[in-house]
Design a protein. Structure first.
Length: 254
């Protein structure tokens, strides 16, 4: 970094700290809000275990990222506002582009998409009756998005079985049922189902079905029992290519 750039950097830092520490909303139009981040709150009926289990998975879905901070302050936003110019050249334009960062605005459309992603994430972890509500905490053109979570009960696995129509494949995987990753009494978890599907695929490939794909397997779930339990079945898809369901033999090399 050149000496001139270092001088400009330090000057901007002190100017920001001394004069513009409260100017993050400078230049916003009426009705626009600076996005300050998001938070998740859980319904009072949610257990501590539930909060611990899915809290991090939900916060990882937050979007967009708010303006970055330096020493706890959105310095790049301060610099952007202070040196803001519509000119495409000059010192102000250069500083704005090099050190500035445009304000990240509240976008309710994005918040709605995050809402849906959170419901999907809860469903994939066994919470089949989730509800997510959005509340906006606004003050002086600044906004925090709060996602209020009511996860509902978590469903557990009551039974699991392979129901493979293909006799050959059924015989090949039957001995490995006892070592299944899907265990009775465990909470429903889509990642575990995917891992089980990959495990079975690897076993079949090792036994000569070299072109078998995990996508040829699917699960069905029955949740009509009324006790927050699910009956799981693994099936072979009807449209799986016949050529990929037979053992491939490697010719002996002499």
């Amino acid at each position: 970094m050149s000496a001139l750039r270092i001088i400009v950097y330090i000057s901007c830092l002190f100017l920001s700290l001394l004069q513009f520490s409260c100017s993050t909303t400078k230049g916003l139009e009426p009705g626009e809000y600076l996005y300050k981040g998001s938070r998740v709150t859980f319904d009072s009926t949610a257990s501590k275990e539930t909060v611990k289990q899915v809290g991090t998975k939900l916060t990882s879905l937050f979007a967009p990222s708010p303006n970055r901070k330096i020493l706890g302050l959105p310095m790049r936003l301060y610099w952007y506002n202070f040196f803001y110019t519509e000119k495409e050249k000059g010192l102000g334009h250069s500083i704005q582009n090099l050190f500035g960062e445009a304000p990240v605005l509240l976008d309710t459309e994005i918040a709605g998409k995050v809402d849906q992603l959170m419901e999907n994430r809860l469903f994939n972890n066994g919470y089949f009756e989730p509800a997510v509500q959005i509340e906006l905490d606004t003050n002086k053109q600044k906004a925090v998005v709060e996602y209020q979570i009511k996860p509902g009960p978590q469903y557990t696995i009551r039974s699991f079985a392979y129901e493979i129509g293909d006799t050959l494949i059924g015989q090949m995987i039957s001995p490995y049922f006892r070592s299944s990753l899907i265990r009775l009494g465990d909470p429903y978890n889509l990642d575990v189902l995917k891992a089980e599907r990959e495990r079975i695929t690897a076993l079949l490939k090792n036994q000569g079905l070299y072109f078998f794909e995990a996508d040829y397997l699917k699960f069905s779930a029955d949740t009509t029992l009324g006790r927050h339990e699910v009956d799981l079945r693994m099936h072979l898809k009807e449209n799986a290519p016949e050529s990929d369901l037979s053992i491939d033999y490697i010719d002996e090399i002499t």
